[in-house]
Design a protein around this ligand. Structure first.
Ligand SMILES: CC(C)(COP(=O)(O)OP(=O)(O)OC[C@H]1O[C@@H](n2cnc3c(N)ncnc32)[C@H](O)[C@@H]1OP(=O)(O)O)[C@@H](O)C(=O)NCCC(=O)NCCS
Length: 184
């Protein structure tokens, strides 16, 4: 059987998602870890930035899938991607991801990437990122997701900061759109 057919069949009957049931940040928080091998190297012998970016997108998508209980989420935007220091072959790279903000159909996931030399136990923060995912329905149209409900004051503060970021982002998007309209 074509592998895409079997994936399609697996999700023919999806569970009904209760959109009134909010989920906390802790509910979908996730960490992905992997040992960096030779296949991950760039021409300088460090870990290729693209390897880290793929790990981040894969790991953050898990959070969006879990929160939305929807297997079809797409990356709409990589809001920021800051590489702070290199990772080396032999390091264990951990990608810590958590939901930061949920709109109607979109979700912002915050990501912190750490590299650990498991022999010396040195741990470094090598990258940070924010990604935005959109949940899609069977017709590949944006579909609502459950709200993000803070479990405690710490989560409340995280969501408030993300909400400020979202407003700032929307303002910039609007300005860019207007500039384009003027040029057109
Ligand atoms: C992302 C995508 C589904 C948005 O479709 P759209 O018809 O423009 O959606 P809408 O305008 O109705 O917006 C839906 C939501 O997405 C958000 N959104 C859409 N594009 C966005 C972007 N570039 N950045 C941030 N948020 C975005 C909107 O703010 C809205 O959020 P809300 O529902 O929480 O308020 C569509 O552009 C797409 O399919 N892009 C390609 C995705 C892809 O292939 N990714 C790579 C592989 S996974």
């Amino acid at each position: 059987m074509n592998p895409f057919e079997s994936i399609g069949k697996k999700y023919q009957t999806l569970p009904k998602v209760d959109l009134t049931q909010g989920r906390s940040i802790a509910y979908s928080r996730s960490t992905t870890r992997r040992l960096m091998e030779l296949i991950d190297a760039n021409a300088h012998g460090n870990v290729h930035g693209g390897v880290i970016m793929r790990m981040v997108d894969d790991a953050a998508a898990i959070v969006a899938i879990k929160h939305s209980q929807n297997p079809t989420v797409v990356t709409a935007r990589v809001e920021r991607f800051d590489f702070l220091s290199p990772a080396f072959i032999g390091d264990v790279v951990s990608v810590h991801c958590e939901m930061r903000y949920v709109g109607r159909t979109s979700m912002e996931v915050g990501v912190k990437v750490m590299a650990e030399d498991v022999i010396t136990e040195e741990v470094r923060n090598i990258a940070n990122s924010y990604l935005i995912y959109v949940a899609l329905d069977a017709n590949r149209k944006p579909t609502p997701v459950p709200p993000l409900v803070p479990a405690d004051n710490e989560e409340k503060a995280i969501i408030e900061r993300a909400s400020v970021r979202r407003k700032r982002r929307q303002k910039i998007d609007e300005e860019v759109k207007q500039t384009k309209e003027i040029k057109d």
